[in-house]
Design a protein around this ligand. Structure first.
Ligand code: NAD
Length: 305
């Protein structure tokens, strides 16, 4: 039976990937320390290992499962935490990733698919929508760690012929996103509005993001396992939406009465982020299928439940 390992498989995106591969008949193992993920997100048909990706015990899971593919989605995902404690961020996001890469090399994994960050790797790019050829210029330890792991991925490919795809993901939203953390403005606003609480827009709300729906990210991860494709690929919609508009759309969908309230701008926050998806469309035939409004509707319905 074909098998795969999903790190971060108890989290938002990772758990959707687990579901999809189980539906495709794979044996799936999840490695997750449940720092932000939930045990209840994990598909009951997956084997679950509560482990930190830095742990030497990870090798036992790899030896047992002999995965064909590894989806490396576990990470410390909070940009602000990475700024406050870059050492802790690097332990998970760089050293932990290296531990996973070493296991992939030893077990001759056919491909590793890495969750990189198109929203932070380019910094405040002067060309929007931004292509993969735009120089990397991450402005946070979180973005630097993602960029560093991409360099390791190239190294493992050149030196050990470990195939990889790094998906430079835009701002993802959808069912199961954690509304308690810092990432995920849509989850945070939706949860607050449905609970009758006041969400706060940071800064002017004119900062833009590229919002991609979770199901579209899963579809990109499915395509990424194709053997011929190696390298980095943006996964976004090439559409910019500002936070004020997200607020208005969610207000309508949740039938909330809240008014726009503005708080302090986050220090060093990017003003624009928007990704070209031309490369992944051309080479893998992927394109976003969810319009923002439809994705938001599904997200609100999920949060209502
Ligand atoms: N959500 C987004 O908008 C977005 C955008 C770009 C990239 N990404 C990347 O996608 C991946 C998944 O993000 P998400 O939004 O689903 O976040 P998430 O927090 O829901 O998922 C991350 C998972 O990793 C686990 N984890 C964290 N540290 C770990 C460790 N040291 N050992 C084992 N498990 C650990 C958490 O418990 C959680 O289940 C991350 O790598 C993130 O950087 C997310």
């Amino acid at each position: 039976m074909k098998s795969c390992i999903v790190t971060g498989g108890a989290g938002f995106i990772g758990s959707h990937i687990v579901d999809r591969f189980i539906a495709k008949g794979y044996r799936v193992a999840v490695i997750d320390n449940l720092s932000t993920g939930k045990r209840s997100n994990v598909n009951p048909r997956a084997a679950f290992f509560k482990l930190d990706i830095q742990s030497p015990k990870v090798s036992g899971v790899f030896a047992k499962f002999k995965p064909r593919f590894v989806f490396h989605f576990a990470a410390q995902i909070d940009v602000r935490k990475s700024v406050a404690d870059p050492v802790e961020d690097a332990k998970t996001n760089i050293v932990g990733s290296l531990n996973i890469l070493e296991q992939c090399r030893r077990q001759h994994v056919r491909k590793i698919i890495f969750a990189s960050s198109g929203g932070t790797i380019y910094g405040d790019a002067s060309v929007v929508p931004t292509k993969e050829t735009y120089p990397g210029n991450p402005m946070s330890p979180y973005g630097i760690a993602k960029y560093a792991v991409e360099h390791y991925l190239w190294y493992y490919w050149h030196v050990f012929q470990l195939p990889f795809v790094s998906l430079r993901l835009a701002n993802i939203y959808g069912p199961r996103q954690n509304s308690k953390g810092e990432a995920g403005v849509i989850a945070i606003f939706t949860d607050a509005m449905l609970a009758g609480k006041q969400p706060v827009i940071s800064g002017t709300g004119k900062q833009t993001r590229d919002f991609v729906f979770a199901a579209d990210v899963v579809a990109a991860a499915m395509r990424a396992i194709a053997p011929k494709r190696i390298g980095v690929y943006n996964v976004g919609t090439a559409k910019e939406t500002d936070i004020n508009r997200i607020f208005s759309l969610l207000k309508r969908l949740t039938k909330s009465q809240v008014k726009k309230v503005y708080g302090e701008a986050k220090k060093g926050e990017q003003t624009r982020s928007c990704l070209s998806f031309g490369k992944i469309r051309k080479e893998m035939g992927w394109r976003p299928s969810y319009e923002l409004h439809k994705g938001l509707q599904e997200t609100v319905e999920w949060f209502k439940k």
